[in-house]
Design a protein around this ligand. Sequence first.
Ligand SMILES: C[C@@H]1N[C@@H](c2cn(-c3ccccc3)nn2)[C@H](O)[C@@H]1O
Length: 445
Amino acid sequence: LEVELKYGADRLGKRQDPAMQKFRENRLGAFIHWGLYAIPGGEWNNKTYHGAAEWLKAWAKVPTMDWLELMKQWNPQQFDAKKWAKMAKEMGVKYVKITTKHHEGFCLWPSKYTEYTVANTPYKKDILGELVKAYNAVGIDVHFYFSVLDWSHPDWRSSIKTQEDSIAFQRFLTFTDNQLKELATRYPTVKDFWFDGTWDASIKQNGWWTAHVERMLKEMLPGVTINSRLRADDYGKRHFDSNGHLMGDYESAYERRLPDPVKDLHVTKWDWEACMTIPENQWGYHKDWSLSYVKNPTEVLARIVHAVSMGGNMVVNFGPQPDGDFRPEEKKIADFIGKWMKKNSECIYGCDYAGWEKQDWGYYTRKSNQVYMVVFNPPYSGQLTVKTPKGITITTAKTLTGEQTQVTETTRNEYNVSLPKNMPQEPFVIKLEVKDAQKTQDKYR
Ligand SMILES: C[C@@H]1N[C@@H](c2cn(-c3ccccc3)nn2)[C@H](O)[C@@H]1O
Protein backbone atom coordinates (compact mmCIF):
# COMPACT_ATOMS: atom_id res chain seq x y z
CA LEU A 1 0.00 0.00 0.00
CA GLU A 2 1.50 3.37 -0.96
CA VAL A 3 1.37 6.59 1.08
CA GLU A 4 0.01 9.78 -0.48
CA LEU A 5 2.92 12.08 -1.42
CA LYS A 6 2.92 15.60 -2.84
CA TYR A 7 6.73 15.75 -3.25
CA GLY A 8 7.65 12.16 -4.07
CA ALA A 9 8.85 10.72 -7.38
CA ASP A 10 7.36 12.59 -10.37
CA ARG A 11 7.72 9.50 -12.59
CA LEU A 12 7.97 5.73 -12.23
CA GLY A 13 10.54 3.72 -14.17
CA LYS A 14 13.40 4.78 -16.42
CA ARG A 15 12.98 7.93 -18.55
CA GLN A 16 13.09 6.94 -22.23
CA ASP A 17 13.09 10.37 -23.96
CA PRO A 18 16.01 11.25 -26.29
CA ALA A 19 17.76 13.51 -23.73
CA MET A 20 17.81 10.72 -21.13
CA GLN A 21 18.87 8.18 -23.75
CA LYS A 22 21.82 10.46 -24.56
CA PHE A 23 22.65 10.80 -20.85
CA ARG A 24 22.62 6.97 -20.54
CA GLU A 25 24.50 6.25 -23.79
CA ASN A 26 27.23 8.76 -22.90
CA ARG A 27 28.27 6.37 -20.09
CA LEU A 28 31.72 8.00 -19.44
CA GLY A 29 32.07 11.48 -17.98
CA ALA A 30 34.64 13.64 -16.19
CA PHE A 31 34.18 15.73 -13.05
CA ILE A 32 35.93 19.08 -12.65
CA HIS A 33 36.28 20.29 -9.05
CA TRP A 34 37.76 23.77 -9.26
CA GLY A 35 37.41 26.63 -6.76
CA LEU A 36 39.27 28.77 -4.23
CA TYR A 37 40.24 25.55 -2.38
CA ALA A 38 42.72 24.83 -5.23
CA ILE A 39 44.87 27.75 -4.05
CA PRO A 40 45.79 26.43 -0.54
CA GLY A 41 45.64 22.84 -1.89
CA GLY A 42 45.03 21.20 1.49
CA GLU A 43 47.47 23.35 3.48
CA TRP A 44 46.57 26.16 5.90
CA ASN A 45 48.92 28.14 8.22
CA ASN A 46 51.75 25.72 7.33
CA LYS A 47 49.69 22.71 8.39
CA THR A 48 48.76 20.03 5.85
CA TYR A 49 45.28 18.52 6.26
CA HIS A 50 44.72 14.96 5.04
CA GLY A 51 40.97 15.37 4.44
CA ALA A 52 39.38 16.35 1.14
CA ALA A 53 41.04 19.56 -0.10
CA GLU A 54 37.73 21.17 -1.09
CA TRP A 55 36.67 20.87 2.57
CA LEU A 56 39.84 22.61 3.91
CA LYS A 57 37.79 25.58 5.17
CA ALA A 58 35.98 23.14 7.46
CA TRP A 59 39.03 21.11 8.56
CA ALA A 60 41.10 24.23 9.38
CA LYS A 61 38.03 26.04 10.83
CA VAL A 62 38.71 29.07 8.63
CA PRO A 63 36.28 31.98 9.19
CA THR A 64 34.30 32.73 6.01
CA MET A 65 35.78 36.21 5.60
CA ASP A 66 39.34 34.85 5.84
CA TRP A 67 38.55 32.07 3.37
CA LEU A 68 37.04 34.42 0.80
CA GLU A 69 40.20 36.56 0.95
CA LEU A 70 41.54 33.81 -1.36
CA MET A 71 39.55 35.52 -4.13
CA LYS A 72 42.31 38.13 -4.31
CA GLN A 73 44.68 35.33 -5.43
CA TRP A 74 42.35 33.78 -8.01
CA ASN A 75 44.17 34.39 -11.28
CA PRO A 76 44.68 31.09 -13.21
CA GLN A 77 47.08 32.31 -15.90
CA GLN A 78 47.44 28.83 -17.46
CA PHE A 79 43.67 28.39 -17.82
CA ASP A 80 42.74 27.63 -21.44
CA ALA A 81 39.22 26.26 -21.94
CA LYS A 82 40.11 24.94 -25.40
CA LYS A 83 42.97 22.89 -23.93
CA TRP A 84 40.62 21.48 -21.29
CA ALA A 85 38.15 20.55 -24.02
CA LYS A 86 40.87 18.86 -26.09
CA MET A 87 42.02 16.84 -23.07
CA ALA A 88 38.42 15.70 -22.38
CA LYS A 89 37.84 14.83 -26.04
CA GLU A 90 41.02 12.78 -26.20
CA MET A 91 40.12 10.97 -23.00
CA GLY A 92 36.88 9.85 -24.66
CA VAL A 93 34.46 11.36 -22.16
CA LYS A 94 31.08 12.31 -23.60
CA TYR A 95 30.27 14.81 -20.85
CA VAL A 96 31.91 16.96 -18.19
CA LYS A 97 30.34 17.89 -14.83
CA ILE A 98 31.68 21.26 -13.59
CA THR A 99 31.46 22.68 -10.06
CA THR A 100 29.58 25.92 -10.69
CA LYS A 101 29.65 26.57 -6.91
CA HIS A 102 30.99 24.21 -4.23
CA HIS A 103 30.20 24.40 -0.48
CA GLU A 104 32.57 27.41 -0.14
CA GLY A 105 30.11 29.59 -2.10
CA PHE A 106 32.59 30.88 -4.72
CA CYS A 107 30.96 30.98 -8.15
CA LEU A 108 32.82 30.18 -11.40
CA TRP A 109 30.25 32.37 -13.20
CA PRO A 110 29.60 36.13 -12.64
CA SER A 111 26.43 35.64 -10.56
CA LYS A 112 24.60 38.86 -9.77
CA TYR A 113 23.22 37.38 -6.52
CA THR A 114 26.50 37.30 -4.62
CA GLU A 115 29.84 39.14 -4.66
CA TYR A 116 31.77 35.85 -4.26
CA THR A 117 32.31 35.21 -7.97
CA VAL A 118 35.07 35.16 -10.60
CA ALA A 119 33.98 38.66 -11.66
CA ASN A 120 35.42 40.04 -8.41
CA THR A 121 38.84 38.41 -8.76
CA PRO A 122 41.96 39.51 -10.66
CA TYR A 123 40.95 36.97 -13.34
CA LYS A 124 37.55 38.65 -13.88
CA LYS A 125 36.37 36.48 -16.80
CA ASP A 126 33.40 34.04 -16.88
CA ILE A 127 35.22 30.70 -16.51
CA LEU A 128 32.02 28.67 -16.61
CA GLY A 129 30.90 30.36 -19.84
CA GLU A 130 34.26 29.70 -21.51
CA LEU A 131 34.15 26.03 -20.49
CA VAL A 132 30.55 25.48 -21.66
CA LYS A 133 31.45 26.98 -25.04
CA ALA A 134 34.71 25.02 -25.42
CA TYR A 135 33.28 21.62 -24.38
CA ASN A 136 30.13 22.05 -26.50
CA ALA A 137 32.33 23.08 -29.49
CA VAL A 138 33.93 19.60 -29.46
CA GLY A 139 30.62 17.77 -28.95
CA ILE A 140 30.96 17.21 -25.22
CA ASP A 141 27.82 17.74 -23.08
CA VAL A 142 28.16 19.99 -20.03
CA HIS A 143 26.55 19.10 -16.68
CA PHE A 144 26.48 21.52 -13.71
CA TYR A 145 27.47 20.45 -10.22
CA PHE A 146 25.71 22.80 -7.76
CA SER A 147 26.14 22.75 -3.97
CA VAL A 148 22.95 23.83 -2.18
CA LEU A 149 24.99 24.04 1.05
CA ASP A 150 26.75 27.43 0.89
CA TRP A 151 29.19 28.29 3.70
CA SER A 152 29.51 31.89 2.40
CA HIS A 153 25.86 32.81 2.76
CA PRO A 154 24.61 34.26 6.09
CA ASP A 155 21.12 32.80 5.57
CA TRP A 156 22.31 29.17 5.18
CA ARG A 157 21.06 26.95 8.01
CA SER A 158 21.85 23.27 8.56
CA SER A 159 18.81 23.00 10.84
CA ILE A 160 15.73 25.13 11.47
CA LYS A 161 15.39 25.64 15.23
CA THR A 162 13.76 29.08 15.54
CA GLN A 163 11.38 31.34 13.64
CA GLU A 164 14.42 33.45 12.78
CA ASP A 165 16.09 30.37 11.24
CA SER A 166 12.97 29.73 9.22
CA ILE A 167 12.80 33.27 7.86
CA ALA A 168 16.52 33.32 7.05
CA PHE A 169 16.32 29.93 5.34
CA GLN A 170 13.40 31.03 3.18
CA ARG A 171 15.60 33.93 2.00
CA PHE A 172 18.34 31.36 1.32
CA LEU A 173 16.04 29.18 -0.78
CA THR A 174 15.01 32.25 -2.81
CA PHE A 175 18.70 33.13 -3.32
CA THR A 176 19.32 29.58 -4.50
CA ASP A 177 16.33 29.65 -6.86
CA ASN A 178 17.72 32.88 -8.32
CA GLN A 179 21.17 31.39 -8.90
CA LEU A 180 19.69 28.27 -10.54
CA LYS A 181 17.47 30.36 -12.84
CA GLU A 182 20.52 32.49 -13.64
CA LEU A 183 22.55 29.38 -14.58
CA ALA A 184 19.72 27.94 -16.70
CA THR A 185 19.23 31.30 -18.47
CA ARG A 186 22.91 32.13 -19.09
CA TYR A 187 23.91 28.59 -20.17
CA PRO A 188 20.86 27.02 -21.90
CA THR A 189 22.94 24.19 -23.44
CA VAL A 190 23.50 22.68 -20.00
CA LYS A 191 22.18 19.09 -19.99
CA ASP A 192 22.11 18.15 -16.31
CA PHE A 193 22.17 19.53 -12.76
CA TRP A 194 23.99 17.40 -10.18
CA PHE A 195 23.05 18.69 -6.73
CA ASP A 196 25.24 18.18 -3.67
CA GLY A 197 25.16 19.55 -0.11
CA THR A 198 21.57 18.44 0.49
CA TRP A 199 22.04 16.09 3.45
CA ASP A 200 21.18 18.56 6.24
CA ALA A 201 17.91 18.63 8.23
CA SER A 202 17.06 22.07 6.81
CA ILE A 203 16.74 20.57 3.31
CA LYS A 204 15.07 17.35 4.46
CA GLN A 205 12.40 19.47 6.16
CA ASN A 206 11.83 21.35 2.88
CA GLY A 207 11.25 18.48 0.50
CA TRP A 208 8.68 20.66 -1.29
CA TRP A 209 11.47 23.01 -2.35
CA THR A 210 13.55 20.19 -3.85
CA ALA A 211 10.52 19.08 -5.89
CA HIS A 212 9.95 22.70 -6.96
CA VAL A 213 13.62 23.00 -8.12
CA GLU A 214 13.34 19.83 -10.24
CA ARG A 215 10.09 21.07 -11.82
CA MET A 216 11.41 24.62 -12.32
CA LEU A 217 14.57 23.46 -14.13
CA LYS A 218 12.66 20.97 -16.29
CA GLU A 219 10.26 23.72 -17.26
CA MET A 220 13.13 26.09 -18.18
CA LEU A 221 15.28 23.45 -19.91
CA PRO A 222 13.17 20.65 -21.46
CA GLY A 223 15.12 17.39 -21.35
CA VAL A 224 17.49 18.45 -18.58
CA THR A 225 18.36 15.62 -16.17
CA ILE A 226 18.37 15.98 -12.38
CA ASN A 227 20.18 13.72 -9.89
CA SER A 228 18.41 11.95 -7.04
CA ARG A 229 20.63 13.61 -4.42
CA LEU A 230 18.66 16.88 -4.79
CA ARG A 231 15.46 15.27 -3.69
CA ALA A 232 13.70 14.86 -0.37
CA ASP A 233 10.02 13.92 -0.17
CA ASP A 234 7.18 15.07 2.13
CA TYR A 235 8.75 13.07 4.99
CA GLY A 236 12.40 13.98 4.39
CA LYS A 237 13.21 10.67 2.67
CA ARG A 238 16.11 11.21 0.24
CA HIS A 239 16.91 9.68 -3.18
CA PHE A 240 14.06 7.14 -2.94
CA ASP A 241 10.70 8.42 -1.70
CA SER A 242 8.58 6.94 1.11
CA ASN A 243 7.10 4.49 -1.40
CA GLY A 244 10.56 3.36 -2.54
CA HIS A 245 10.43 5.14 -5.89
CA LEU A 246 13.60 6.84 -7.18
CA MET A 247 13.28 10.63 -7.31
CA GLY A 248 15.04 12.65 -9.98
CA ASP A 249 16.21 10.92 -13.16
CA TYR A 250 19.10 8.77 -11.92
CA GLU A 251 20.48 7.57 -8.61
CA SER A 252 23.56 9.55 -7.51
CA ALA A 253 24.56 7.78 -4.31
CA TYR A 254 27.63 5.90 -5.59
CA GLU A 255 30.35 8.37 -4.69
CA ARG A 256 33.79 6.69 -4.38
CA ARG A 257 32.11 3.29 -4.23
CA LEU A 258 30.33 0.91 -6.62
CA PRO A 259 27.44 -1.58 -6.33
CA ASP A 260 28.50 -5.21 -5.89
CA PRO A 261 28.16 -7.15 -9.21
CA VAL A 262 26.50 -10.10 -7.43
CA LYS A 263 24.71 -8.71 -4.35
CA ASP A 264 23.53 -5.33 -5.69
CA LEU A 265 21.92 -6.30 -9.01
CA HIS A 266 18.81 -4.29 -8.04
CA VAL A 267 20.57 -1.14 -9.33
CA THR A 268 20.12 -2.47 -12.89
CA LYS A 269 16.40 -1.66 -12.56
CA TRP A 270 17.01 2.14 -12.64
CA ASP A 271 19.46 4.64 -14.12
CA TRP A 272 22.41 5.58 -11.93
CA GLU A 273 25.70 7.45 -12.18
CA ALA A 274 28.79 6.89 -10.02
CA CYS A 275 31.63 9.34 -9.48
CA MET A 276 35.17 8.61 -8.33
CA THR A 277 38.39 10.23 -7.23
CA ILE A 278 41.83 9.15 -8.41
CA PRO A 279 43.37 9.39 -4.91
CA GLU A 280 41.37 7.96 -1.98
CA ASN A 281 39.37 11.12 -1.31
CA GLN A 282 40.51 14.30 -3.07
CA TRP A 283 38.02 16.08 -5.32
CA GLY A 284 39.64 19.53 -5.25
CA TYR A 285 43.35 20.05 -5.91
CA HIS A 286 45.59 18.82 -3.03
CA LYS A 287 49.32 19.63 -3.12
CA ASP A 288 50.34 16.27 -1.67
CA TRP A 289 48.93 13.12 -3.27
CA SER A 290 51.37 10.93 -1.35
CA LEU A 291 48.99 11.08 1.64
CA SER A 292 46.69 8.35 0.26
CA TYR A 293 46.67 5.57 -2.33
CA VAL A 294 46.47 6.87 -5.91
CA LYS A 295 44.70 4.50 -8.32
CA ASN A 296 46.72 3.44 -11.35
CA PRO A 297 45.17 3.89 -14.81
CA THR A 298 43.96 0.27 -15.07
CA GLU A 299 42.21 0.55 -11.68
CA VAL A 300 40.40 3.65 -12.94
CA LEU A 301 39.46 1.79 -16.15
CA ALA A 302 38.12 -1.19 -14.16
CA ARG A 303 35.75 1.09 -12.26
CA ILE A 304 34.47 2.63 -15.50
CA VAL A 305 33.76 -0.82 -16.97
CA HIS A 306 32.29 -2.07 -13.66
CA ALA A 307 29.74 0.77 -13.68
CA VAL A 308 28.71 0.23 -17.31
CA SER A 309 28.46 -3.55 -16.72
CA MET A 310 25.75 -2.81 -14.13
CA GLY A 311 23.84 -0.27 -16.27
CA GLY A 312 25.43 2.86 -14.77
CA ASN A 313 27.55 5.84 -15.81
CA MET A 314 30.99 6.66 -14.38
CA VAL A 315 32.39 10.16 -13.83
CA VAL A 316 36.17 10.34 -13.21
CA ASN A 317 37.24 13.37 -11.16
CA PHE A 318 39.91 15.96 -11.98
CA GLY A 319 41.00 18.72 -9.58
CA PRO A 320 42.76 21.40 -11.66
CA GLN A 321 45.73 23.32 -10.20
CA PRO A 322 45.29 26.94 -9.09
CA ASP A 323 47.16 28.03 -12.25
CA GLY A 324 44.51 26.39 -14.47
CA ASP A 325 46.65 23.50 -15.67
CA PHE A 326 46.25 19.82 -14.67
CA ARG A 327 48.70 17.84 -12.53
CA PRO A 328 50.83 15.24 -14.40
CA GLU A 329 49.17 12.24 -12.67
CA GLU A 330 45.77 13.34 -13.99
CA LYS A 331 47.09 13.95 -17.51
CA LYS A 332 48.53 10.41 -17.50
CA ILE A 333 45.19 8.87 -16.44
CA ALA A 334 43.30 10.85 -19.10
CA ASP A 335 45.84 9.78 -21.73
CA PHE A 336 45.70 6.06 -20.77
CA ILE A 337 41.89 5.99 -20.73
CA GLY A 338 41.76 7.85 -24.04
CA LYS A 339 44.16 5.44 -25.75
CA TRP A 340 42.17 2.45 -24.44
CA MET A 341 38.84 3.99 -25.45
CA LYS A 342 40.14 4.64 -28.96
CA LYS A 343 40.45 0.87 -29.41
CA ASN A 344 37.65 -0.42 -27.19
CA SER A 345 34.94 2.21 -26.71
CA GLU A 346 32.43 -0.03 -28.54
CA CYS A 347 32.01 -1.93 -25.25
CA ILE A 348 31.25 1.29 -23.33
CA TYR A 349 29.23 3.86 -25.29
CA GLY A 350 25.55 2.91 -25.52
CA CYS A 351 26.15 -0.30 -23.57
CA ASP A 352 24.21 -1.68 -20.65
CA TYR A 353 23.91 -4.57 -18.17
CA ALA A 354 24.08 -7.92 -19.99
CA GLY A 355 22.18 -9.92 -17.36
CA TRP A 356 24.82 -12.65 -17.36
CA GLU A 357 26.42 -14.10 -14.24
CA LYS A 358 29.58 -12.20 -13.24
CA GLN A 359 32.83 -14.15 -13.80
CA ASP A 360 36.29 -13.64 -12.25
CA TRP A 361 37.98 -12.71 -15.53
CA GLY A 362 36.17 -9.34 -15.77
CA TYR A 363 32.90 -7.75 -16.84
CA TYR A 364 30.17 -8.17 -19.45
CA THR A 365 28.50 -5.27 -21.21
CA ARG A 366 25.79 -5.52 -23.84
CA LYS A 367 24.47 -3.56 -26.83
CA SER A 368 21.38 -5.17 -28.46
CA ASN A 369 22.38 -8.81 -29.24
CA GLN A 370 26.10 -8.19 -28.89
CA VAL A 371 27.67 -9.17 -25.57
CA TYR A 372 31.15 -7.82 -24.80
CA MET A 373 33.58 -9.62 -22.51
CA VAL A 374 35.97 -7.06 -21.02
CA VAL A 375 38.87 -9.16 -19.71
CA PHE A 376 40.92 -7.77 -16.82
CA ASN A 377 42.12 -11.09 -15.28
CA PRO A 378 43.09 -13.68 -17.94
CA PRO A 379 43.15 -17.16 -16.29
CA TYR A 380 46.14 -19.55 -16.42
CA SER A 381 43.77 -22.17 -17.87
CA GLY A 382 43.56 -20.05 -21.03
CA GLN A 383 39.82 -20.60 -20.92
CA LEU A 384 37.27 -17.92 -20.04
CA THR A 385 34.20 -19.42 -18.36
CA VAL A 386 30.95 -18.06 -19.77
CA LYS A 387 27.59 -19.02 -18.29
CA THR A 388 24.72 -18.00 -20.57
CA PRO A 389 21.16 -17.45 -19.39
CA LYS A 390 18.73 -20.27 -20.26
CA GLY A 391 17.95 -20.41 -23.96
CA ILE A 392 20.80 -18.14 -25.06
CA THR A 393 23.60 -19.64 -27.15
CA ILE A 394 26.86 -18.12 -28.41
CA THR A 395 27.36 -18.17 -32.17
CA THR A 396 30.70 -16.39 -32.62
CA ALA A 397 33.42 -14.84 -30.46
CA LYS A 398 36.13 -12.52 -31.69
CA THR A 399 38.34 -9.73 -30.45
CA LEU A 400 37.61 -6.15 -31.55
CA THR A 401 40.60 -6.50 -33.87
CA GLY A 402 38.73 -9.34 -35.58
CA GLU A 403 40.69 -12.34 -34.22
CA GLN A 404 38.46 -15.41 -33.89
CA THR A 405 38.57 -17.19 -30.53
CA GLN A 406 37.50 -20.76 -29.86
CA VAL A 407 34.07 -21.28 -28.25
CA THR A 408 33.53 -24.73 -26.72
CA GLU A 409 30.28 -25.76 -25.08
CA THR A 410 31.27 -27.49 -21.83
CA THR A 411 27.87 -28.23 -20.33
CA ARG A 412 24.32 -26.85 -20.38
CA ASN A 413 24.45 -23.06 -20.73
CA GLU A 414 28.19 -23.08 -20.14
CA TYR A 415 31.04 -22.38 -22.56
CA ASN A 416 34.79 -22.00 -22.59
CA VAL A 417 35.94 -19.04 -24.65
CA SER A 418 39.67 -19.38 -25.35
CA LEU A 419 42.04 -16.49 -24.82
CA PRO A 420 43.14 -14.93 -28.13
CA LYS A 421 46.54 -16.12 -29.42
CA ASN A 422 48.26 -12.76 -29.38
CA MET A 423 46.77 -11.45 -26.15
CA PRO A 424 47.26 -7.68 -25.60
CA GLN A 425 49.17 -6.66 -22.47
CA GLU A 426 46.22 -4.60 -21.27
CA PRO A 427 42.51 -5.25 -20.60
CA PHE A 428 40.95 -6.45 -23.87
CA VAL A 429 37.52 -7.14 -25.32
CA ILE A 430 35.98 -10.25 -26.86
CA LYS A 431 32.72 -9.61 -28.70
CA LEU A 432 30.11 -12.39 -28.66
CA GLU A 433 27.28 -12.79 -31.14
CA VAL A 434 24.46 -14.50 -29.30
CA LYS A 435 21.13 -15.90 -30.31
CA ASP A 436 17.91 -16.93 -28.72
CA ALA A 437 17.84 -20.73 -28.83
CA GLN A 438 14.70 -21.57 -26.92
CA LYS A 439 13.74 -24.16 -29.51
CA THR A 440 16.95 -26.25 -29.72
CA GLN A 441 16.76 -29.70 -28.11
CA ASP A 442 18.42 -30.05 -24.74
CA LYS A 443 21.24 -32.58 -25.34
CA TYR A 444 22.20 -32.56 -21.65
CA ARG A 445 18.86 -33.92 -20.48
C1 LIG B 1 31.11 14.94 -5.08
C2 LIG B 1 31.68 15.12 -3.69
N1 LIG B 1 30.65 15.38 -2.68
C3 LIG B 1 31.25 16.24 -1.66
C4 LIG B 1 31.14 15.60 -0.30
C5 LIG B 1 30.09 15.44 0.49
N2 LIG B 1 30.54 14.80 1.61
C6 LIG B 1 29.89 14.38 2.74
C7 LIG B 1 30.41 13.30 3.42
C8 LIG B 1 29.75 12.86 4.57
C9 LIG B 1 28.61 13.50 5.03
C10 LIG B 1 28.12 14.57 4.32
C11 LIG B 1 28.76 15.01 3.18
N3 LIG B 1 31.81 14.56 1.47
N4 LIG B 1 32.18 15.05 0.30
C12 LIG B 1 32.71 16.38 -2.06
O1 LIG B 1 33.27 17.60 -1.61
C13 LIG B 1 32.62 16.30 -3.58
O2 LIG B 1 32.07 17.50 -4.12
